[in-house]
Design a binder for this molecule. Structure first.
Ligand code: GLN
Length: 293
């Protein structure tokens, strides 16, 4: 456990975090995602919690420095990038914001509009990635990584093994992209967009990084440690709204009832949450409930 200050309030938060971590350490329910073979290589018992306040103070407990792939926890941020580039209405023309009952990788579009239901499920996330501009694949990737770099406060890189594993097995994502293409909902650089999406999911982060990203959302788009802006305040408002409604897939309603903060899960085991005006919180635990894997 490490604590960056010794103020009494933080000491008590540190104590509470340590207690929560100890209480849940032996919780063994859930399963590691294995539909992307490389993800199954993770230590299922890893468990970390990170908290970062909007004033930049931070706390972490357990495996908060262990790298894992961001997976779907990248989706809110890429949705934000698409909104910055194309405006709320520009993106709404291509991607809905409606929660759904189906699994995150369901092969389904809104029949009335041909749009993916929301940007937190794979179809909508691929459509958001498709909206990211750039002349070449390298250019688009560099721009995407630069935004995550501003959010995390340091350069980020792609886990090439996880990326290769996703690319080799991502037939459902490929099917979704082709379905959307058939309706003209994504561009014809479909293969390039899929590669970019798989790389975006394979960005390596730690629990502490995710907490900083959450704190950046909580702080209206400005990383509270480096003071660098990742996304505009109005974009963050939209991002938090879709996280709130759809971030935990078909568990979002119950999550809201029980936990009550906008959050996004990833099949790598990370969850990022934001408490606007207060800070970000992240957990890393690769054993996933059925609705998240
Ligand atoms: N890369 C994963 C996929 O496309 C992301 C899914 C997730 O984290 N829920 O299936």
């Amino acid at each position: 456990m490490d604590s960056t200050t010794t103020e009494p309030a933080e000491q008590s938060l540190a104590t509470v975090l340590a207690e929560i971590h100890a209480d849940l350490l032996n919780e063994r329910s859930g399963e590691v995602a294995n539909y992307i073979p490389e993800l199954a290589r993770v230590d299922p018992d890893s468990f970390g919690i990170g908290v970062v306040a909007v004033d930049g103070r931070s706390l972490a407990v357990g495996d908060a420095e262990l790298p894992f792939t961001i997976q779907s926890a990248s989706k809110p941020f890429v949705y934000g990038m698409a909104v910055e580039e194309h405006s709320r209405d520009g993106v709404l023309a291509k991607i809905g914001v409606q929660p759904v009952e189906e699994a995150f990788n369901a092969i389904a579009l809104d029949e009335a509009t041909n749009r993916p239901f929301n940007p937190m499920i794979n179809a909508g996330a691929i459509a958001a990635t498709d909206l990211l501009g750039g002349d070449t694949a390298e250019d688009r990737l560099a721009r995407l990584l630069a935004v995550f770099e501003r959010g995390c406060g340091h350069p980020v890189e792609v886990d090439e093994q996880v990326f290769a594993s996703e690319r080799a097995t991502g037939e459902r994502d490929r099917a979704l992209a082709h379905l959307m293409r058939s309706f003209g909902m994504i561009s014809d650089r479909l293969e390039e967009t899929l590669e970019l999406y798989f790389r975006q999911c394979s960005i390596k982060v730690t629990c502490r990084d995710l907490a900083v990203l959450g704190a950046t959302l909580a702080n209206q788009g400005v990383n509270p440690i480096t003071r660098q802006r990742m996304l505009s305040a109005s974009t963050v408002r939209d991002v938090l709204s879709v996280m709130h409604a759809c971030g935990m897939y078909n568990f979002s309603g119950e999550w809201d009832l029980r936990i009550g903060i906008p959050a996004k899960s990833g099949v790598g085991g990370g969850i990022v949450g934001a408490i606007p005006g207060l800070g970000g919180i992240a957990t890393f635990s690769p054993r996933l409930d059925a609705s998240l894997r």
